[in-house]
Design a protein around this ligand. Structure first.
Ligand SMILES: [Zn+2]
Length: 108
C-alpha cells in the first residue's frame, strides 16, 4: 500500500495534502514532508469538461475531493485511475503523484 506524501507543519502539526510553503493555521514556514496512510474516501466529485491545455486530451474527466489518511488526514483534490463515476464515500487508495496531480484507485 502506498503512503500518501503529505506535508506537516513543524510548529502546530497541521497536515496538508497539497504542498504549501506557509501553514494556514499558524503561518509557520517550517513545513516538513510527512507520509500518512494512502487509504481514503471520496468526499465529493465534479466533472471537468474544459480542462487546462496540458490535460486537454483527457476531457471530460472526474475530479474527486478525497479525505486521505487514517489517524492523520488531509483533504485533497485528485483523479481516479480506474473509474469515471465514483460514488460518495467510496474507499480509494493512493497510487501516485504525476505532473502535480494525485491519482487514486477504487477497490472493486
Ligand atoms: Zn502550523
Amino acid at each position: 500500500m502506498n503512503q500518501f506524501p503529505a506535508t506537516k507543519c513543524v510548529e502546530c502539526g497541521n497536515i496538508y495534502g497539497h504542498r504549501t510553503a506557509v501553514c494556514r493555521e499558524c503561518l509557520s514556514e517550517q513545513m516538513d514532508p510527512h507520509s500518512i496512510s494512502g487509504h481514503g474516501t471520496v468526499y465529493a466529485t465534479t466533472t471537468i469538461r474544459v480542462p487546462g491545455a496540458e490535460v486537454e486530451d483527457d476531457a471530460p474527466y472526474e475530479v474527486c475531493v478525497i479525505d486521505v489518511g487514517t489517524d492523520e488526514t488531509a483533504r485533497v483534490t485528485a483523479r481516479l485511475t480506474d473509474r469515471s463515476d465514483p460514488d460518495l464515500g467510496d474507499d480509494v487508495q493512493f497510487v501516485e503523484e504525476r505532473r502535480g496531480t494525485f491519482y487514486f484507485e477504487t477497490h472493486g
